[in-house]
Design a binder for this molecule. Sequence first.
Ligand code: PAF
Length: 285
Amino acid sequence: MAVETAETIETLRAARQQMSGSVGLVPTMGALHEGHLALVQQARSENDHVIATIFVNPTQFNDAADFAAYPHDLAHDLELFERGGVDLVFAPMPDVMYPSGYQTYVTVEQMTQPLEGAHRPGHFRGVTTVVAKLFNLTQPHRAYFGQKDAQQVAVIQRMVDDMNFPLAVVVCPTVREPDGLAMSSRNRNLTRAQRQAAPVLYQALMAAQAAYQRGERSSKILRRLMRDVLAQEPLADVDYVSVADARSLEELTQLTDQPVLVSLAVRIGQTRLIDNVLLPAQSYA
Ligand code: PAF
């Protein structure tokens, strides 16, 4: 039997009301990969019910070409969610989430300024707005996000704390291809040559991690090591490399024993990829 789907607020609310016990929410923009399925698996193991959402949220795209290029595969996504044990999929059209006259947005302030925020103006305002709406609509006990989008996770956790949403944000580890490339829906847009170049992001992060493990504590040196690795790949066009405090996301000069987020954004052709590691590894609860 196909997974139950809701496309309107009314059908979603009616289906949610039938659920007793705990609910885990897995918000997605579709074009599912193993990373999403790992979120579903964890949600499945920790809750009585799992709701997943598929919505390519227009308000978080600052670039119309990026929005247009975002991959869609609804039929396949529904099949994967069904196999993963999702109970209900909410897949609304844009005018269901943003009907005519819509004008309310949620903004997290300082933490959305650096990194992705600096390169994608308005992005996090779109993310926090849609995630707040999804929280209100699905009333989950736990919501599952991937560590690959480290700043997104930190910003959503801040919003949950600041707005007193009664739920736990659960962060799941980044799922990687055998060559280290972080799973991402955007990987589908890479040509063969670009796909071969893409693991350079992970190689750069590993260079920083290895230096840190040898005792290097200068963020300037860690950033330079990453840029040196990236410079060896002609298809890689760097947006930023960052060594920041894992909680405040403020750029660091000298590393202390506080958790550090090492992250980067790199364009490979038209496709913009991001990735990160936490140091010391797994230090961020
Ligand atoms: O990470 C994503 O796929 C999106 O930013 C999210 C959280 C589903 C909000 O649109």
